[in-house]
Design a protein around this ligand. Structure first.
Ligand SMILES: [Fe+2]
Ligand SMILES: [Fe+2]
Length: 287
């Protein structure tokens, strides 16, 4: 447990211990024949950016589940153990749905099989050579990334307004569940490992790897489309990251909070968003 139990941290821990995390069976029958290649706002950059993120999920989320499971024997808190079950259910279903999404991307000529092979090999390598505590720290860092991006999907209408309805539904559902379980890996880490320095140094490492990998996958997709050297694509990228909606500018303060000693994911209390979107999403039925 973090040493400095500030009122802010205490409040976040109280919220975290109250969360229930349901698994939901969702099926998105993608019909990409009817979905335009630039399904996100008719924008090559934004569409390929989301496609690149999707390629990280199936193997990435499998690694998250394994990293949490590897520490489960050290968790004696009944509520957290229940949350772990919900976390595993949610991530397993995310992985499956994103694997289907990624399969469909092949229809547009993207080298998804090669990417999947690389992702698989890397996760085998990580499991073999990287200690479980470090893999859990990687999980916490990536869960923080997904949580702050999910918050954008749920709060900023510009993040989803131009999306094709099929993809909009999937990204919204994923964002809701990432928000629900954003603290599970972190709470496990604090109880089972607890090192501040491992957590923050891993975040620096993960930030570099995550940005690099997403950019490489995206560049491959744009290159396949003949759009990589199109100035319009670069302008779309600058606008997306820095101007409208300005993703980097918008997520930076929450990203930096991760480096606080008294950080906890529920310091960013966005439970009202969950309430709002779960009421909107009529099809979100718990398993
Ligand atoms: Fe997920
Ligand atoms: Fe997650």
């Amino acid at each position: 447990m973090a040493k400095q139990l500030t009122p802010r941290l205490q409040r976040a821990l109280d919220i975290s211990s109250e969360m229930t995390i349901p698994g939901r069976k969702m099926t998105f029958a993608f019909r990409l024949d009817y979905i335009p290649r630039y399904w996100n706002d008719n924008d090559a950059f934004k569409s390929t950016f989301m496609n690149a993120l999707s390629c990280l999920f199936p193997e990435g989320e499998r690694m998250f589940m394994e990293a949490v499971r590897a520490h489960q024997h050290r968790i004696h808190d009944g509520q957290l153990n229940e949350q772990i079950k919900g976390f595993i259910k949610q991530e397993a279903i995310h992985g499956n749905e994103h694997a289907l999404y990624n399969d469909y991307l092949k229809k547009w000529g993207y080298p998804i099989d090669k990417i999947n092979r690389f992702e698989k090999r890397e996760k085998v390598w990580l499991k073999k050579w990287i200690p479980a505590a470090h893999r859990l720290a990687i999980t916490c860092a990536l869960e923080h990334f997904t949580a702050i991006m999910a918050n954008q999907v749920l709060t900023d209408p510009r993040a989803t307004e131009g999306m094709h309805p099929q993809f909009k539904e999937l990204w919204r559902w994923h964002a809701i569940e990432e928000t629900e379980h954003k603290a599970v890996a972190y709470d496990v880490y604090q109880q089972a490992v607890g090192s501040y320095w491992l957590r923050v140094l891993t975040m620096i490492q993960v930030t570099i790897m995550f940005c690099l990998r997403t950019s490489i996958y995206q560049a491959v997709f744009l290159w396949k489309d003949g759009q990589l050297f199109n100035p319009k694509t670069w302008w779309q990228g600058i606008r997306f990251y820095f101007l409208r909606p300005g993703l980097v500018r918008r997520i930076l303060p929450e990203y930096l909070d991760y480096f606080r000693r008294d950080f906890h994911p529920w310091m960013h209390d966005n439970r009202e968003l969950l309430q709002h979107w779960l009421t909107e999403g009529q099809n979100y039925k718990a398993l």
